[in-house]
Design a protein. Structure first.
Length: 238
């Protein structure tokens, strides 16, 4: 199994190549350049440097949302085009799951936070149980203050976390002061910087598991999900 994984859901554009036994290569850029400009050259560079042909790929893994509307569409269209051309399946990996996978061995409630602007975040709650990453909530788009209240409530019901929380994602950085000044009794920490943002290696790692379980789709069936309307759609509704 040779998986090309891509993540374009945030500021970082990331691609990785992985097989069943090793991460073959990964490249991530937070350069501010347009995703449409950087993604294809990045994939080409990775393939050349691990001495693989694009025809060697067996699966395309792509983060499926939530995330940047433009980024999601570019990632999805790239994944669909490559998968269609090679007649190989896509593995859709939810962005928040891939983020949580960065710190899946944490003995705490894992809370990825993606900045959705205007004091809102995309989030879900996760825990590590053995070798499995388990999601304990729906995928949510809500104000950061409401997320913190939900965290308090879930910690009150789940003693195994011992009141410990690990935050990661650009939302954790954007709203670190809100978290610190929440007044809630949370024993929290932030993931280390190299683990705090989306990376395609985590997308690939989860995709390996999903593919082995048969959770693959045809290129034409891959549709990203957004959790909320785009700004243009919200303005149009008004």
């Amino acid at each position: 199994m040779n998986i090309l994984a891509i993540d374009t859901t945030g500021k970082i554009v990331s691609a990785a190549l992985m097989n069943e036994s090793a991460l073959l290569g990964e490249m991530s850029l937070n350069s501010g350049q347009k995703t449409s400009v950087t993604l294809i050259p990045m994939i080409k560079h990775l393939l050349e440097n691990v001495h693989m042909s694009i025809s060697d790929l067996t699966h395309i893994a792509c983060t499926s949302g939530p995330g940047s509307f433009t980024g999601l569409r570019i990632g999805a269209s790239t994944a669909k085009a490559i998968a269609y051309a090679l007649d190989i399946p896509i593995v859709a990996v939810p962005t928040l799951d891939a983020l949580a996978y960065n710190v899946m061995n944490a003995q705490a409630l894992i809370v990825p936070l993606m900045d959705a602007r205007r004091q809102q975040v995309y989030t879900a709650f996760f825990e590590c149980r053995g070798d499995d990453l388990l999601r304990r909530s729906d995928y949510m788009a809500m104000e950061i203050k409401d997320v913190l209240v939900k965290i308090r409530d879930i910690l009150m019901e789940a003693s195994q976390f011992d009141n410990r929380v690990v935050f990661l994602g650009d939302g954790a950085t954007a709203y670190s002061e809100v978290i610190a000044n929440s007044g809630l009794d949370l024993n929290y920490s932030f993931a280390a910087l190299p683990l705090s943002l989306q990376r395609a290696a985590s997308t690939a790692g989860l995709a390996l598991r999903l593919a082995s379980e048969g959770k693959i789709i045809e290129s034409k069936s891959f549709i990203p999900f957004y959790l909320r309307l785009s700004q243009a759609e919200r303005l149009r509704k008004r």
